[in-house]
Design a protein around this ligand. Structure first.
Ligand SMILES: Nc1nc2c(ncn2[C@@H]2O[C@H](COP(=O)(O)OP(=O)(O)OP(=O)(O)O)[C@@H](O)[C@H]2O)c(=O)[nH]1
Ligand SMILES: [Mg+2]
Ligand SMILES: [Zn+2]
Length: 311
């Protein structure tokens, strides 16, 4: 019996590709049946134990998932450290509320959201607007566009701040995730496509999550991984380990300094007198759109029925 440990790079039709941490390369595996019964299955980004009768071959199986820190569902990626939240300055139009919902979920799960604004060549003003909102809110923001704009800055960020962890690009279909990743890597590995007139989705829509080892993609000094993910439409929004409504304010990072300073202890920061967050919005410190998103997510969470809430 041979045993080892590795990280899941991708899963297609129940066949997993696991990068062996002992240096045995990429191993194709199935997952042991017990995962199906336990309602949990290995996902890209998971650290797993693998076993095989002889040498690594088609009978290799994943026997255990080790220490999963977090799991993003649809697209499924485990143990993310950084999420590049990709927003288009042109088509498909960015829905800020959707972006902020994703961002607040990332904050809650300890995943660093980094904002990437694409298609600045098509609408420089919109790109500027998006950049300013998220810079003011306290995020790292990169603006990309035709001709390789922003690529060097993004590479620098990956080397310095995301080189040894797991990162992924996420955003609506057709925003340009695969295009940005291709520009970052030395090899053009990802298919990209025009945005379909009819559906507004990308035509070469990325179908599955795949982790790429950075050291093979032009970042020799990095030991981490970067993933492309299938884009979401405004409707099939990301499922995530959601939080309680009381935790919502702290998942807006630019609110944090003000929490506990409102007139009322139980301030919801929606419309109360003496609310320091509302004051900061009025003073132009907190971006108006972020507070709009906060209000929308708040009322959505408020309406959620008890049985829809996670324990
Ligand atoms: N003008 C311009 N077009 C861009 C830019 N980035 C991407 N595009 C185009 O937008 C279309 C969609 O890009 P993709 O990279 O396939 O988008 P995606 O986010 O990977 O889409 P999905 O895989 O469907 O989620 C392609 O036609 C790209 O050439 C940009 O910065 N400027
Ligand atoms: Mg894609
Ligand atoms: Zn308040």
């Amino acid at each position: 019996m041979v045993k080892s440990r590795g990280i899941v790079l991708k899963c297609v039709g129940g066949l997993y590709t696991v990068r062996d941490s002992g240096g045995a390369g990429d191993i194709k595996c199935r997952a042991r049946g017990l995962f199906r019964h336990n309602d949990i299955s290995p996902e890209p980004g998971d650290n797993v134990l693998i076993e095989c009768e002889n040498s690594w071959d088609s009978s290799s199986v994943i026997t255990e998932i080790v220490d999963r820190r977090s799991l993003l569902i649809r697209p499924s990626v485990a143990n993310l450290d950084t999420m590049f939240v990709t927003l288009s300055a042109a088509r498909p139009a960015t829905v800020l509320q959707t972006a902020d919902k994703l961002i607040s979920s990332l904050e809650h799960n300890g995943i660093e959201p980094v904002i990437v604004v694409t298609k600045s060549d098509l609408d420089p003003d919109e790109a500027d607007k998006l950049r300013n909102i998220y810079l003011r809110a306290g995020f790292s923001v990169f603006v990309t566009g035709k001709g390789g704009r922003g690529t060097e800055e993004l590479k620098e960020y990956i080397r310095n701040s995301a080189g040894n962890g797991i990162s992924a690009f996420s955003g609506a279909s057709g925003v340009g995730k695969s295009t940005v990743i291709n520009a970052l890597f030395t090899t053009d590995i990802l298919k990209t496509g025009t945005v379909s007139e009819r559906t507004g989705r990308g035509r070469h829509t990325t179908r599955a999550v795949e982790l790429y080892p950075l050291d093979e993609m032009g970042f020799p000094e990095c030991r981490g991984f970067l993933a492309d993910t299938p884009g979401f439409s405004a409707l099939d929004f990301i499922e995530f380990d959601f939080f309680e409504i009381g935790e919502l304010p702290e998942n807006f990072r630019e609110f944090r300094d003000y929490l506990g300073t409102c007139r009322y202890k139980k301030c919801t920061h929606l419309k109360e007198e003496g609310c320091s967050i509302l004051k900061a919005v009025e003073d132009g410190i907190i971006p108006q759109s972020r507070h709009e998103s906060y209000k929308a997510i708040y009322s959505e969470m408020k309406k959620r029925k008890p049985w829809e809430k996670r324990s």
